[in-house]
Design a protein around this ligand. Structure first.
Ligand SMILES: Nc1ncnc2c1ncn2[C@@H]1O[C@H](COP(=O)(O)OP(=O)(O)OP(=O)(O)O)[C@@H](O)[C@H]1O
Ligand SMILES: [Mg+2]
Length: 384
């Protein structure tokens, strides 16, 4: 079983590329579920079918669903929700404020993750493709399984505190079935999902970009965070590439700009494989068109494969009290090396290519002390 998650900035084509991947997998004879965890759904538009919160078979082997987080909260978590607001009201909060505060942070993410866990656990699919929300929200989602234990402990803590101090009042509001019995179970699911997400043979992440400055910067941030969480990036999907030339002056300058950024993408993401799709002259809104796009993108490679099998490309370690950022750069012979920091970016000039890396927060503001290159790894040491 494979889980493939597509990430990237808003509007770059995550939904289109995810649906295109899922269609290609289904048409190769494998059973696939595509799931959208974005609150603003557009998967139904891309597939040209109506979808719901339970999987619908769009065509043979192609199942799709749109996770409806808010409806799920309303249906299944209202008891927990009203319980929290009653605790907050008892502590003196105004009713409306209490209701606002009672939406437990991370709840939406947790619900999306539970759907991924359920689908993975069901054993019904050969592959699960996740069309995620734009980067910021998804990064919170991906950090969640790790922080979940802490989170459910905290909820458990509130519960016992509330029982201790305010039992007579709170008994009136106690949920009919004990939600708190469910917490350890959800915690187990999160742990299991976390192990699926970190298993590099099961889960890979792919970032969708357009040849544009801001979009690339966001994708580099994605790469940094995936590395920090121990998740594997196995492909970069460059979408909406214009034709190589045009007689039109306006288009020609856009094309020149794209060419510049295509080179930046090549340099920055090396050695992760890069897949490309053209800007189509029509909307991509049916399984047939999505399949056509997938043929352009994958060029005969199996979209279900792990597309980059080597180790993580960036590793942050603490050696003798100092942070060392290790970059995997196979097949590079370094003749000229220059390392510079600009804001939250690390610019590494190697021979005639420049790699740019968005620094994790812990490294921002530190200076580099040295860099050495050994058996395909560039190690950059930061001051403590
Ligand atoms: N290669 C392409 N050629 C032509 N149109 C495309 C292509 N890829 C995507 N589009 C169109 O661009 C728009 C945005 O694509 P899409 O919805 O897939 O992006 P997204 O990254 O999922 O956006 P959001 O962040 O809002 O979820 C859609 O109208 C889609 O049909
Ligand atoms: Mg989308």
């Amino acid at each position: 079983m494979r889980i493939i998650l597509y990430l990237g900035k808003g509007g770059v084509g995550k939904t289109t590329v995810s649906a295109s991947t899922a269609t290609a997998i289904a048409r190769s004879g494998k059973k696939v579920l595509i799931m959208s965890t974005d609150v603003a759904h557009s998967l139904a538009d891309a597939l040209g079918s109506e979808l719901s919160a339970t999987p619908v078979e769009v065509e043979k082997n192609l199942f799709a669903m749109e996770v409806n987080v808010l409806a799920e909260i309303r249906e299944n978590w209202t008891e927990l929700y009203s319980y929290f607001s009653s605790i907050l009201m008892h502590d003196g909060a105004d009713e409306i404020v209490a209701e606002e505060l009672a939406v437990v942070p991370g709840m939406e993410e947790m619900i999306s993750l539970r759907y991924i866990w359920k689908a993975a656990k069901s054993g019904l699919y050969d592959a699960i493709v996740v069309d995620a929300a734009p980067t910021g929200e998804t990064m919170r989602l991906l950090g969640m399984p790790e922080s979940y234990g802490w989170y459910s402990d905290k909820i458990g803590g509130w519960h016992s505190k509330a029982i201790g101090f305010a039992a007579p009042l709170l008994n009136r509001f106690m949920p009919k079935k004990n939600i708190f019995k469910l917490m350890p179970e959800v915690n187990e699911h999160m742990k299991e999902l976390h192990s699926f997400l970190q298993d590099k043979d099961i889960t890979t992440f792919r970032v969708v970009v357009n040849p544009e400055n801001m979009v690339i910067k966001e994708a580099l941030r994605v790469q940094t965070y995936l590395n920090l969480f121990g998740y594997k990036l196995d492909a970069v999907m460059v979408n909406k590439i214009l034709p190589a030339e045009s007689k039109d002056e306006y288009l020609s300058s856009l094309i020149a700009l794209q060419q510049k950024y295509l080179k930046v993408i090549d340099d920055c993401f090396y050695p992760i494989p890069i897949f490309k799709a053209k800007q189509m002259a029509k909307e991509v809104i049916s399984p047939d068109q999505l399949h056509e796009l997938s043929q352009q993108l994958f060029e005969g490679r199996n979209p279900m494969d792990v597309l980059y099998a080597n180790d993580t490309t960036q590793v942050l370690e603490k050696v003798n009290g100092k942070y060392v950022l290790k970059l995997h750069l196979p097949n590079v012979e370094i003749t000229k090396l220059n390392v510079n920091i600009k804001g939250d970016e690390l610019l590494v000039d190697i021979n005639n290519f420049r790699k740019s890396i968005v620094l994790p927060n812990v490294l921002v503001g530190r200076k580099t002390e040295g860099a050495d290159f050994e058996s395909g790894h560039l190690n950059i040491t930061f001051s403590s």
